[in-house]
Unconditional design. Sequence first.
Length: 70
Amino acid sequence: MSPGFPVVFRYSQWKQDAYGARLAETPQELEAVLAPLAAAGVDAFHASTRRYRLPEFEGADLDLAGWTRK
């Protein structure tokens, strides 16, 4: 990647007409999607979620941004 041209990957865990649509059901599934992108040189991730204050996965404290950062 060029320092003058950052690559940002925006993704969402919901769709406007399908709130139940999900990219990943578990932290492991999310890692399987995001880790190769990070390794390929994505500079920043923009995690979009409908209810950003709520934990993203059952039984975990982190929201979607927290899991993305982890």
